[in-house]
Design a protein around this ligand. Structure first.
Ligand SMILES: Cc1cc2nc3c(=O)[nH]c(=O)nc-3n(C[C@H](O)[C@H](O)[C@H](O)COP(=O)(O)OP(=O)(O)OC[C@H]3O[C@@H](n4cnc5c(N)ncnc54)[C@H](O)[C@@H]3O)c2cc1C
Length: 468
């Protein structure tokens, strides 16, 4: 053990620090194709005080520190590029306070969303953000996660009412709180949401809750083309039906889903829908939706009202990334995440499919299309530099499409390593203010260095799209 690790161990209980090779490996990567890098040590804080002590220690000695939830992110966010400490938050997993009448809960940041929802069921309440992966709430706040339900309930930023966050120098801030509205002070809370562990470590969250819907129905609807599916979804949103999820799964992805889940869904471009509401209103909306989608060429409209059947449907959707991995042993995934105005969505998705085919890459397109957010999953052999470069060129082409059409490089996954190079083009002058904020809050650049915001003076110009 090096001297600094021994000094850090002296601040903690023996089982709060490890250099065990398996633990180091687990904390060296996320779920993406980005190259892993081992941390020097993994540390498990149990309280906000622990986090403050560890950060002060790291700041004084200029040791890099990367907060780690469950490592389900998709852009190399948790890879310790410069070694140092991986700060595993999962021991801070308590529910501290349920205020059912206020529709609020206070949790520690290492709690996972499914553990929270299990505990909330007996109150008739639920936490709405569902990224599919069983992520920690701290990791979700740090990436401003969203997922399938954002079209109805909003993204992580809409749910966080307050937080406790520890700065790089160990100062502990309490931001926001158990109230709905405030015009007081600067809104620092929202600065930390989506900051990807580069500005501070979130240790506690006040989260907004919702009543469990009285009635829920899900549907799987196939279309002759992606464009018709997108236009039908757009039309249903205009009608303000009680939609809680509007997901597109393209025909290639349905094939992967069938292969892994042993489902027999028709191999066509498909919308997965969910409706939440009262029993009568929901029935009326479902009938209206069914008639409406048929005008857009919907062939197969399959309703799922039974809870177990609905869960199977959404599990198949949420495990799609794993279905691709399963079908491509040894390959890793690059997942694009652009978000565009709804009017640019159909063309964006068609562009993604053309890019995949023209570049000879394996993958498919799926998306939270009610939000204008879609993903291209590209399977790559990370030992094949040509394939990696081709997939990255596809990624860049889609980012260019998004930026040229008023969109953003990332709707929900965040920047991590993979989208740092797009930040200058996307943010222009605002990027220099972001760099100033980073310097002010983390002057020694110990917090998740190399992620989110490029160092001042670096610029990357996007290359023109090769396929139109
Ligand atoms: C199959 C699959 C499907 C997915 N689908 C979606 C989706 O639909 N929508 C979506 O938004 N995401 C999705 N994701 C991505 C991922 O689940 C989210 O980014 C999630 O929010 C990450 O949470 P985590 O606990 O795994 O955090 P990690 O991956 O461990 O960390 C993510 C980032 O947050 C930082 N961080 C973690 N905890 C803290 C903390 N307490 N304080 C400060 N910083 C912290 C880390 O340093 C890192 O930069 C998916 C991932 C997979 C594997």
């Amino acid at each position: 053990m090096t001297a600094w690790i021994e000094a850090l161990q002296a601040l903690l209980k023996p089982d709060q620090l490890t250099t065990n090779p398996t633990a180091l490996e687990h904390h060296s990567h996320d779920e993406s194709y980005h190259a892993p890098r081992l941390p020097d040590v993994v540390v498990y804080p149990e309280t906000t005080d622990d986090v403050a002590r560890i950060l002060r220690f790291a700041d004084e000695r200029r040791i890099p520190i990367v907060p780690f939830g469950v490592g389900s992110s998709l852009e190399g966010h948790v890879v310790p590029l410069e070694g140092g400490i991986s700060l595993d938050m999962t021991r801070m997993n308590r529910i501290l306070e349920v205020r059912a009448d206020d529709f609020l809960v206070r949790v520690e940041a290492g709690l996972t969303r499914t553990a929270l929802n299990k505990a909330l069921a007996s109150y008739g309440l639920f936490f709405s953000v569902d990224p599919g992966a069983d992520a920690t709430l701290g990791g979700m706040a740090a990436t401003n996660a969203s997922g399938t339900t954002a079209v109805r309930y909003g993204v992580m930023r809409d749910q966080v009412r307050g937080m406790t966050v520890v700065l790089a120098d160990g100062r502990v801030l309490h931001l926001g709180g158990p109230y709905v509205k405030s015009s007081s002070g600067y809104d620092l809370k929202n600065l930390f949401i989506g900051s990807e562990g580069t500005l501070g470590v979130i240790t506690e969250l006040w989260l907004r809750l919702y009543g469990l819907p009285e009635a829920v129905a899900a549907a799987r609807v196939t279309f002759p083309s992606v464009r018709q599916a997108v236009e039908a979804a757009h039309g249903m949103l205009k009608m303000n039906l009680s939609l809680a999820r509007v997901e597109l799964v393209d025909r290639t992805s349905i094939r992967q889903m069938n292969a892994m889940k042993r489902t027999a869904y028709p191999e066509a471009d498909t919308l997965f829908l969910e409706f939440h509401g009262s029993p009568t209103a929901l029935e009326a909306d479902v009938r209206t939706a069914e008639a409406f989608v048929r005008e857009y060429g919907a062939a197969d409209v399959h309703m799922e009202r039974d809870k177990a059947a609905r869960e199977r449907l959404w599990e198949a959707r949420h495990h799609l990334a794993y279905a691709y991995l399963h079908a491509h042993p040894g390959k890793k995934q690059l997942v694009t995440d652009v978000c565009v105005p709804l009017s640019a969505l159909a063309e964006g998705i068609e562009t993604a499919r053309r890019e995949l085919e023209a570049r000879g890459l394996e993958g498919g397109v799926l998306g939270h299309i009610g939000d204008g957010n879609f993903h291209t999953i590209v399977m790559i052999d990370t030992d094949d530099p040509h394939e990696v470069a081709t997939a990255e060129a596809l990624h860049e082409a889609l980012v260019r499409y998004a930026l040229q059409n008023g969109g953003t490089a990332t709707g929900e996954h965040g920047v991590g390593i993979g989208k740092v190079k797009y930040q200058a083009e996307e943010h222009g002058l605002a990027l220099s203010v972001m760099q100033d904020v980073k310097r002010m809050l983390d002057p020694h650049n110990i917090l998740n260095p190399g992620k989110k915001v490029p160092p001042p003076g670096t610029a990357h110009r996007l290359t023109p799209m090769s396929v139109r």
